[in-house]
Design a protein around this ligand. Structure first.
Ligand code: SIN
Length: 191
């Protein structure tokens, strides 16, 4: 991944031509893209990607917090042997205009291999916010992350709702995620 001096990734993502000539392609969603589907798609299927873990380590300046009081949202962190479960959407390339804007706060498009419960593997794009982006917050204790999430709110709503909706969506997918479910418990305990 390239080093970013500005958290806004729209220009870098627009320059990414991978899949540009395809009529349709797969997008993998592992955070709000699972439950807040404000884009058109041709089909969606539960899927997973290997070697990545979901973590509430990315700061949110534009959706669930503000530049001076950022919320915490998920990104993916490389982890050998891990399986990150989420939702794959088959989309047309024109949908990237909307997605690049939505995911502009530090997320870059990355090519990954999707695994479905049945059927062949497929290449897909996923938005990942790397440790080198200016909005990255990195690890913290479960209690501290839950406290930050509990206090944060931004133009897309409360950070609390982001966590609870993600946990509910993962439960509906019968996905395992000790990090997300642990934070959900810590948040509820605070309340
Ligand atoms: C995703 O959902 O795949 C990316 C992170 C987010 O928008 O919450």
């Amino acid at each position: 991944m390239t080093t970013l001096t500005d958290a806004n990734t729209v220009v870098q993502n627009r320059a990414m031509q991978y899949f540009a000539s395809h009529e349709r392609l797969w997008l993998f969603g592992y955070g709000s893209l699972i439950y807040k589907v404000d884009f058109p798609y041709l089909q969606r299927r539960p899927a997973g990607i290997r070697g990545w873990q979901r973590r509430f380590w990315q700061g949110s300046h534009d959706h669930r917090g503000t530049p001076t009081a950022p919320g915490r949202v998920v990104t993916l962190v490389a982890s050998e042997g891990a399986l990150c479960q989420g939702m794959a959407f088959e989309i047309t390339p024109d949908v990237f205009e909307h997605l690049d804007h939505r995911e502009k706060n530090g997320y870059l498009r990355v090519v990954v291999t999707l695994e479905f419960e049945e059927g062949p593997r497929e290449e897909a794009l996923v938005y990942i916010a790397g440790a080198d982006n200016p909005a990255y917050l990195g690890p913290a204790s479960e209690a501290d992350i839950a406290a930050q999430i509990s206090a944060s709110v931004g133009p897309s709503g409360s950070n609390r709702d982001y966590l609870l909706q993600l946990a509910a969506a993962l439960r509906a997918l019968e996905a395992e995620d000790a990090h997300v479910f642990g934070l959900e418990r810590a948040l509820r305990k605070r309340e």
